[in-house]
Design a protein around this ligand. Structure first.
Ligand code: ACO
Length: 357
């Protein structure tokens, strides 16, 4: 067994498949190519939750809108202590205030909460008052409205939908595994989501896109890319937005998100610069690691897209949680339906007790 468990199958799932050799992914029988850019977040929630919640509301958009309005009350608990924390830590603390449970009502509160809490935390950290949800809007449009205090364009809401759909589920990634382990103890959905967001915040998982922006800003112009990247690798740093545990080819999510960046006209110059940095990074990684295929992962173009949508880089992981929470909740219910506690074994390699002399 390898230390990273990559050779271990820990669940059978009907939720998503990741084909790392072919660079393809499937969510509940639909290919990412088919969903990204066409489906709304509400559509993918319906797809993932179907069959896992007996009390699933027929009108998902309306239920999610009501849930946003309900969890907004928790924003009043944001105090200066929490606002000194990173956005993901502040959002996690607010999430922990929600009651545990296993039903659809609990699940919809948890689906709504990352969007409502992230918008409020970002605004409060900028000294601005929170904006209450508008339950009549679709989730993506209302999220941008709560963030900015003004309506977003249709192209921007569509771009955020593309992002949320693209990251909604992805096999047994680290945060989903963490959520399934907690769900298997029957601790409840809120506990499972807290485990998921805690695993997600690490820089090797969902914490990468913020540092992608730092990298692009430090590089500044295409001519500096090679020297900057060589120096980073010489220091032993990893390039954020490249490499993946499962994909041995290009992450298909990268192109779905790059397509969405193209809809946002003002971003074209930034996109061309990012493409130049990406090309330099891929060339250097191929020279340095000829035996380890390292390609662009989802986080590289996530960074460009979320920057274009005016989320601050410090909150990018929170936006990832807005999308992935659907997957955590579906996996938690699938784990509960299977019913078994996840409890692997370890091999003890420490010292044995000495006999008393
Ligand atoms: N930059 C430079 N070198 C890299 C990178 C990278 N981004 N990724 C892997 N490598 C190197 C490793 O240093 C290692 O080299 P070595 O054998 O000389 O020590 C080799 O490639 C293999 O790396 P592993 O650690 O086996 O790869 P693993 O499958 O464990 O890591 C991971 C996958 C964590 C995503 C890694 O590629 C990485 O750290 N990437 C940067 C962070 C990032 O973009 N994370 C987001 C991932 S996508 C997501 O979670 C949603």
């Amino acid at each position: 067994m390898s230390d990273g468990l990559e050779d271990v199958v820990a669940a059978h799932t009907v939720l998503s498949e990741v084909d790392g050799q072919a660079g393809r992914m499937v969510i509940r029988g639909r290919s990412l190519d088919d969903l990204a850019g066409r489906a709304t977040y509400e559509d993918v929630v319906g797809l993932l939750f179907s069959g896992f919640y007996a009390d699933l509301p027929a009108d998902i958009r309306a239920a999610l809108g009501r849930a946003r309005a309900e969890v907004f009350a928790e924003v009043a608990a944001l105090d200066t202590g929490l606002l000194d924390r990173s956005p993901v830590e502040a959002v996690r603390a607010l999430l922990a205030r929600l009651p545990d449970g296993d039903d659809a009502e609990t699940a919809f509160r948890l689906l709504a909460a990352p969007a409502v809490f992230t918008a409020a935390v970002v605004r409060a950290q900028a000294g601005e008052a929170p904006v209450a949800p508008d339950p009549a809007l679709r989730h993506s449009a209302d999220t941008l409205r709560m963030l900015r205090g003004a309506h977003a364009s249709k192209a921007e809401a569509d771009a955020l939908d593309t992002y949320l759909v693209t990251v909604s589920d992805h096999g047994l990634n680290a945060s989903t595994f963490a959520a399934r382990v907690v769900a298997s103890t029957r601790a409840g959905l809120t506990s499972a989501v807290l485990a998921g967001i805690s695993a997600l915040k690490g820089p090797l998982h969902g914490g990468a896109p913020g540092p992608v922006i730092e990298m692009l800003d430090e590089i500044g112009e295409p001519a500096n890319a090679r020297a900057w990247i060589e120096a980073a690798l010489d220091r032993g740093d990893r390039l954020m937005g490249f490499g993946h545990r499962i994909y041995r080819v290009r992450d298909p999510r990268a192109d779905a998100l790059k397509g969405a960046v193209r809809w946002l006209d003002a971003r074209q110059g930034r996109l061309e610069f990012a493409e130049a940095v990406e090309a330099a990074a891929l060339a250097i990684l191929a020279e340095r690691k000829p035996n380890r295929p390292l390609d662009t992962n989802v986080e590289f173009y996530t960074a460009l897209l979320l920057e274009a949508l005016q989320f601050p880089p410090s909150a990018f992981t929170c936006v990832f949680a807005m999308g992935r929470v659907a997957g955590w909740l579906a996996h938690a219910r699938e784990q509960l339906a299977g019913g078994r506690l996840i409890r692997p074994q370890s091999v003890y390699v420490g010292p044995m007790p000495q006999k008393a002399a």
